[in-house]
Design a protein around this ligand. Structure first.
Ligand code: SF4
Length: 62
């Protein structure tokens, strides 16, 4: 499972790293980024939760 952040859509709200810090962080550009190549097995639920809760639907987890 991989996670993606659309930087053009992200508004930098900071929600995804608070939900799934193993997968997302806030980066120097003020947008969220993905810090792992593959979502770790134990973080799949939280990554999906971040996807569902992103206010601008900038996250894709598949
Ligand atoms: S939850 Fe969405 S808008 Fe907020 S920082 Fe993450 S990707 Fe960006």
């Amino acid at each position: 499972m991989k996670a993606f952040v659309d930087k053009d859509t992200c508004i930098g709200c900071g929600l995804c790293p608070s939900i799934s810090p193993e997968v997302f962080d806030m980066q120097e550009d003020g947008k969220a980024g993905v810090i792992v190549d593959e979502v770790p097995a134990g973080s799949e639920d939280s990554a999906k939760e971040a996807e569902e809760n992103c206010p601008v639907n900038a996250i894709k987890v598949e």
